[in-house]
Design a protein around this ligand. Structure first.
Ligand code: 5GP
Ligand code: MN
Length: 340
């Protein structure tokens, strides 16, 4: 961000304002961590701040402090809409385009107020008055820390906000293992621990929170895994029937896609999850190295994301979707072969 922009934002935040903070639909650890931490920070500066999430999020994110500041749009549309319309500032976090907010897209695109975007996804849209975009950054949580640092106010980061920021950096970096994890990321993490983030407890509360049924569903997913050795690719499918059998709850399939990348030689992984209610197949894609799954998701599955982690959807049925996927692989033979 330019220093003139920082100055302008600083001056905007000198007097109490009505502020709305928005994460993307189906919020993940980074979306929830960054919005709740920013909300806590703004409240400590006496702003009237609220997080409005497009829809609900998984149980394993409900330990994050500050849940009372979250309004779920699809359950409280009227209240949420009036807060958006009254907002003097709207922060949009961890997404690059209003379409990523589902049902909220319409009201957000019609509302004229000061928008501030903080995000690390590729190809940010230009709706915001202030855009802080860094596609090389590990997470929006790391960017929120940097943002508060640019305002010279890291002393206002409470232990609760530090925990929330730690969460998003941890989940978006695959527990500090993806190549987006830099020495700077580790320095931010060290500062967050100094500010009161209880690292071991955060890992435990987030990852050791599984139901037995989720573990059984993981067993089904691993059994369904298919390897396309010639293209260093592996994919998993889960049908609605399989999800129902293990009483699928939001968040249960989080992380399943990564197991395929644990197989020696596999550099491209996908999971296809049937959603009968929405009549779509939800797709998650992951890669190692330079194979660009953001571009793959954009070109073929109405999606996007980052180079090594992206998502999208298909309107075909589950079998047709995987057939389409397998048929596309030869077109990427060179890119997939060139990778180690
Ligand atoms: P996940 O596979 O964990 O849902 O998402 C991986 C990354 O891709 C995240 O950064 C997420 O924001 C992005 N992503 C997931 N689904 C979609 C989608 O349908 N459209 C776009 N543009 N991005 C997505
Ligand atoms: Mn993120």
């Amino acid at each position: 961000m330019k220093s003139t922009e920082i100055k302008e934002i600083k001056s905007l935040l000198t007097t109490p304002k009505k502020i709305v903070i928005v994460p993307h639909k189906n919020p993940d650890g980074d979306a929830i961590g960054s919005t709740l931490a920013l909300c806590d920070f703004l409240k400590s500066k006496k702003h009237d701040a609220v997080v409005i999430a497009p829809n609900d999020y998984p149980e394993f994110l409900k330990w994050v402090p500050g849940q009372e500041n979250v309004l779920i749009f699809d359950k409280n549309q009227n209240e949420a809409k009036s807060k958006i319309q009254e907002a003097e500032i709207i922060f949009t976090l961890d997404f690059n385009h209003f379409s990523r907010t589902g049902l909220m897209e319409e009201v957000l695109s019609k509302t004229t107020t000061t928008y501030i975007m903080i995000d690390h996804h590729q190809q940010p849209d230009d709706y915001a008055n202030y855009t802080y975009s860094d596609v090389s950054c590990s997470s929006t949580c790391e960017m929120v820390y940097n943002f508060i640092d640019m305002l010279d106010e890291t002393t206002l980061i409470s232990p609760e906000a530090a925990s929330a920021l730690y969460l998003g950096i941890m989940t978006d970096t695959g527990s500090f293992r993806f190549s987006s994890t830099t020495s700077k990321t580790h320095r931010v993490i060290a500062n967050l621990i100094d500010k009161g983030a209880k690292n071991a407890i955060i890992h435990q509360d987030t990852f050791d929170n599984n139901s037995y049924e989720r573990m059984q569903l993981l067993g089904v997913a691993l059994n369904n895994m298919k390897i396309c050795a010639a293209y260093k690719t592996a994919y998993i499918t889960l049908s609605q029937e399989e999800l129902d059998q293990y009483h699928f709850k939001k968040g249960d399939t989080e992380g399943f896609v990564n197991y395929s990348l644990g197989i020696k030689g596999i550099i491209f992984a996908a999971i296809f999850i049937e959603n009968k209610a929405d009549q779509i197949i939800k797709i998650s894609l992951r890669s190692k190295g330079n194979f660009d799954v953001n571009q793959f998701a954009r070109e073929h599955f109405h999606g996007g994301g980052h180079i090594n982690a992206a998502g999208g959807r298909s309107d075909l049925n589950l079998v047709e979707t995987t057939q389409k996927f397998e048929k596309l692989l030869p077109d990427y033979e060179k890119e997939l072969k060139d990778e180690a």
